[in-house]
Design a protein around this ligand. Structure first.
Ligand SMILES: Nc1nc2c(ncn2[C@@H]2O[C@H](COP(=O)(O)OP(=O)(O)OP(=O)(O)O)[C@@H](O)[C@H]2O)c(=O)[nH]1
Ligand SMILES: [Mg+2]
Length: 250
């Protein structure tokens, strides 16, 4: 038990470093959360499987649970796989466990992966929700439920699940194993991350080419002009990206 605790603590220290790195990086973070065995890692692999960019190798080396992905309208996002939640975590491990989940707290969007074929699916959902609350996830953090393992259901259960999922905007029925429904999930997540874009006027040093490139990558540049040493941009982007831009230039 002491060894496991040490390991978790070292994981949490490494992750702290990554977070610092990433706080300077401008990309939105999507975290997969859910009960143990729900299919998070399977979905993670499916969502990232086609991505074999060099930058990903860097991520994979630093931390195998972080990958760069691109989504419709979002050039780069970070997808984070997390440890599975369990209902009876030994008390000594709770603090260390929570530390590893800070990734989740700072995420821009959560995908709660649920094993919808599991007889205890609802109790598992409640456990996960209560852990999310405990670790301090803001209630306004956008989140989706991915009702996973659709392929395991018989015809009747499948109809029920699809019917229930259709009634809710924040629920997508999927099979991480077969890939069914995953495209719709991707589209919904992308739409959620890009919606709410607003128009901002921001300034850069006229010589800051990297800053200009960043703006073009993350926003839609409507107009820009130069005033002496300063470049002024009229740009439409997500509030979150605007915040990141301000931090970057702060
Ligand atoms: N039939 C079926 N099996 C799945 C599906 N998704 C995941 N599995 C299986 O469920 C088991 C657990 O999947 P993982 O992806 O490891 O689950 P996890 O949520 O990452 O688990 P932890 O990391 O332990 O919390 C594996 O045997 C997967 O092959 C699915 O859509 N359908
Ligand atoms: Mg896993």
């Amino acid at each position: 038990m002491a060894r496991l605790k040490r390991e978790l603590e070292s994981v949490s220290r490494t992750r702290g470093l990554h977070r610092e790195r990433r706080q300077r990086a401008p990309w939105p973070v999507i975290a997969l959360v859910g009960y143990t065995n729900a299919g998070k890692s399977t979905l993670f692999n499916r969502l990232t499987g086609a991505d074999v960019m060099a930058e990903n190798l860097l991520f994979a080396t630093l931390d195998p649970t972080l990958r760069q992905i691109s989504l419709p309208g979002i050039d780069k996002a970070i997808l984070s796989d997390t440890v599975g939640f369990v209902s009876e975590l030994p008390t000594q491990l709770v603090a260390a466990f929570k530390a590893t989940l800070e990734e989740v707290v700072s995420a821009d969007l959560l995908i709660h992966v649920r094993d919808i074929a599991h007889p205890d699916s609802e109790a598992q959902r409640d456990d996960v929700e209560s852990v999310l609350k405990d670790i301090g996830v803001a209630p306004e953090t956008p989140r989706f439920e991915a009702w996973n393992k659709l392929d395991l259901l018989d015809d009747e259960a499948r109809e029920d699940v699809l019917g229930d999922a259709a009634k809710r905007d924040d629920v997508l029925a999927v099979s991480a194993l077969s890939g069914e429904g995953v495209d719709v999930l991707i589209a919904k997540v992308a739409a959620r991350l890009t919606h709410g874009h607003r128009r901002y006027q921001v300034t850069l040093a006229a010589a800051d080419g990297a800053g200009a490139a960043w703006l073009h990558q993350h926003g839609e540049v409507i107009d820009h002009w130069i005033d002496g040493e300063t470049a002024i941009y009229d740009v439409r982007m997500a509030p979150k990206d605007h915040e990141r831009f301000e931090v970057r230039n702060g």
